[in-house]
Design a protein around this ligand. Structure first.
Ligand code: DHK
Length: 155
């Protein structure tokens, strides 16, 4: 049987605090609830899901670099680094993989400094404002992109 495509799901700083972090904005789901949602949806879609979180920019960069050789796509909630990190943008562009960016909250309804994300320049699509559901929708989208081979993956 062919190996199922591997999807790296990355979560940036402070997302480990979901559940207690401003629930009126981020909802009551913990990151481990979201990991379970992703594992279930990934299985239904025939994808292997590698779900990770880090508060460290460099660690996220390293994981994206490693994904270049072993993943079929990346889903990323960059947290606050989305608004600040050229390094994450560069890593995502180097990866040459389908990328879906997810934000739990609708960043466009929030403070002006959250309206712009550097990382979205490397994304095929961006989902925001749909809470944990956004991750499942991102998996649906990335499954299609991988199937269609819309973005050529390097050997
Ligand atoms: C998560 C964060 O940590 C914030 O810094 C972003 C994003 C929004 C979210 O909605 O998931 O501004």
């Amino acid at each position: 049987m062919a190996k199922s495509p591997n999807i790296l799901i990355l979560n940036g700083p402070n997302l480990n605090m979901l559940g207690v972090r401003e629930p009126s904005i981020y909802g009551r789901n913990t990151l481990s609830d979201i990991a379970k949602i992703c594992a279930k949806r990934g299985k239904e879609l025939g994808l292997t899901v590698d779900f990770r979180q880090s508060n460290l920019e460099g660690e996220l960069v390293t994981w994206i670099q490693q994904a270049r050789a072993k993943a079929a796509g990346i889903i990323i909630n960059p947290g606050g680094y989305g608004h600040s990190s050229i390094a994450l943008l560069d890593a995502l562009q180097i990866a040459e993989l389908p990328v879906i960016e997810v934000h739990l909250s609708n960043i466009h309804r929030r403070e002006r400094f959250r309206h712009h994300t550097f990382t979205s320049k490397a994304a095929t699509g961006v989902i925001c404002g749909l809470g944990a559901r956004g991750y499942a929708l991102a998996l649906d989208a990335i499954a299609d992109l991988v199937k269609q081979g819309l973005i050529k993956k390097k050997a």
